[in-house]
Write a protein that binds this ligand. Structure first.
Ligand code: HEC
Length: 140
């Protein structure tokens, strides 16, 4: 009997810990997404446009693409250091120049990426500032 009580107590505590962690992450997600939207409007939208569709052959789209998923860990590097190489997105080749934006902090970049990778048809979930710290240290 004692054991049973103890067991139920432990599982109750575990469930509480797990659900509060989840809520915590959901809250963080909401915060990142909202801030990321504002940062996107100020730093990216001019080129990539409001719906992320890009502009003809000059600016690639940020809509749900294999490229965005395959390069998830490097997206922050593109923002901080710019991108100037031939890339292929939805069978279209782009070879233009995205300027570096070195005013954005790791947190800004994490928030922008949460917004971008969960908008325009993307659904990649949360990306924390800790992940951004690591990925930005590994930029090639
Ligand atoms: C001055 C215009 C300009 C601005 C501002 C700009 N980009 Fe870009 N972006 C480009 C161009 C041009 C490319 C393609 C570069 C190439 O071909 O090498 C690109 C490529 C990309 C890519 C990789 C290709 C793709 O479409 O998935 C991502 C991701 C991206 N930009 C995200 C952003 C984000 C997020 C911001 C804001 C922080 C931003 N860009 C700001 C012009 C811009």
């Amino acid at each position: 009997m004692r054991r049973l009580v103890l067991y139920s107590l432990v599982s109750f505590v575990l469930v509480c810990v797990i659900t509060s962690c989840k809520n915590e992450q959901e809250l963080a997600f909401g915060r990142y997404f909202a801030n990321g939207k504002v940062l996107y409007e100020n730093h990216c939208q001019n080129c990539h446009s409001k719906e992320g569709q890009g502009l003809g052959l000059l600016i690639p789209p940020l809509t749900d693409t294999v490229f965005l998923k395959a390069n998830k860990k490097e997206l922050g590097c593109f923002i901080r250091f710019g991108l100037k190489k031939e890339i292929k997105i939805n069978n279209t080749v782009y070879n233009e120049n995205m300027p570096a934006d070195d005013h954005l902090s790791d947190m800004d970049i994490a928030q922008i990426l949460v917004y971008v990778t969960n908008s325009f048809g993307n659904n990649q979930g949360y990306y924390s500032v800790l992940e951004a710290n690591t990925d930005l240290k590994n930029c090639k």
